[in-house]
Design a protein around this ligand. Structure first.
Ligand SMILES: C[C@@H](N)C(=O)N[C@H](C)C(=O)O
Ligand SMILES: [Zn+2]
Length: 234
């Protein structure tokens, strides 16, 4: 169990609604659907109503400092079944990367690979108190595009299993290009934070508002004003 999963959830029953995609840039086709993940009737481009409103606010803040730039949505709502699919997919990917198969992998190697998987992905738990963040409709993975719709280089890909995914990976770099990556990560964080989101401490692209991770991160910064989560699994 991760520390943020100790946060109590007081479900507010706000609806999951479609993100108005015409206002944003969007990764299409959806990266996990492309891999074969099945979403049923719900689109991955949905979020809780209050989260969609905050996202629109973040986009507004971005446009005021960087005219024409947009948030580029990579992933949002993710049913637990898709979380399971992506966890299994990542495990298989790592097996292949190490030239292993299910029949040749040792118990120790298997455990090391699972540890790597869960460094990046939340556990696909179906327990109500332990929802994977994206299954609450309160988490989003995203990046930035400029006014020519070119994706801004953040010095790493979304979902990359490497040290570069850490938000401050380039913070102390002396290289100009890497300082620029850091500034772009900061810009994304700044507009999202202004709108009320909190960034995942290990992933520059993952933000949430109102879920357990958001409340936990908020409470670390504001121990005088302890919050609970308002969005559980949906
Ligand atoms: C891996 C990335 N897309 C992501 O969303 N990670 C978080 C921790 C998750 O799985 O909820
Ligand atoms: Zn995420």
């Amino acid at each position: 169990m991760k520390p943020y999963q100790k946060i109590l959830i007081r479900e507010c029953n706000e609806p999951l609604i479609p993100i108005p995609l015409e206002k944003f840039a969007v990764e299409l086709p959806h990266p996990y659907e492309k891999l074969g993940a099945e979403y049923g009737q719900r689109s991955p481009y949905c979020l809780r109503q209050g989260v969609v409103e905050a996202l629109e606010m973040a986009q507004f803040f971005l446009g005021t400092s960087h005219p024409g730039w947009k948030l580029k949505i990579y992933d949002a709502y993710r049913p637990v079944g898709v979380q399971q699919f992506m966890v299994d997919y990542t495990f298989d990917l790592l097996l292949k990367k190490h030239h292993l198969t299910p029949s040749t992998v040792s118990a120790q190697q298997r455990q090391n690979i699972w540890e790597q998987v869960y460094q990046l992905w939340a556990v696909p738990s179906i327990e109500k108190e332990l929802p994977p963040p994206h299954s609450t409709g309160a988490a989003i993975d995203l990046t930035l595009v400029n006014s020519y719709n070119n994706v801004i280089d953040m010095g790493g890909e979304i979902d990359e299993l490497s040290e570069r995914s850490h938000p401050n990976y380039y913070q102390k770099s002396k290289q100009l290009v890497e300082q620029q990556y850091h500034r772009h990560r900061q810009l994304l964080n700044q507009v999202m934070t202004l709108a009320g989101f909190m960034r995942h401490p290990g992933e520059w692209w993952h933000f949430s508002l109102g879920d357990q991770m958001w409340a936990w991160l908020h409470n670390q910064q504001h121990p005088e004003n302890i919050l609970q989560a308002r969005y559980g699994r949906i």
